[in-house]
Write a protein that binds this ligand. Structure first.
Ligand code: FES
Length: 94
């Protein structure tokens, strides 16, 4: 999969489809930061600008998103996101 970072000078990166984003994005020092990695803290809050294929959020992720980004239907937690193909995202963080 290819990840593009909106509003960032960070170059697009390629990682395996359905990879654990927190593992790869940390190693590559991407603009997306991680904390708990279990969908609770919101450090990895992102907005999906465009995505070819990503799984919908789980009930637990939706619960966290309702607290952190109640009016943003494109918000996701990068630590919980599973996707493939090309994705463009913007880091919102907390
Ligand atoms: S790292 Fe805490 S919610 Fe993703």
């Amino acid at each position: 999969m290819r990840i593009k970072f909106n509003e960032s000078n960070f170059k697009p990166i390629e990682i395996p489809d359905n990879a654990n984003l927190s593992e790869y994005l940390d190693k590559l020092n991407s603009p997306v930061l991680f904390g708990c990695r279990t969908g609770i803290c919101g450090t990895c809050l992102i907005e999906i600008i465009e995505s070819e294929n990503s799984t919908p959020p789980s009930a637990n992720e939706l619960e966290t998103l309702e607290l952190l980004a109640p009016n943003n239907s494109k918000a996701r937690l990068a630590c919980q996101l599973v996707c493939s193909g090309e994705i463009q995202l913007e880091y919102l963080g907390l």
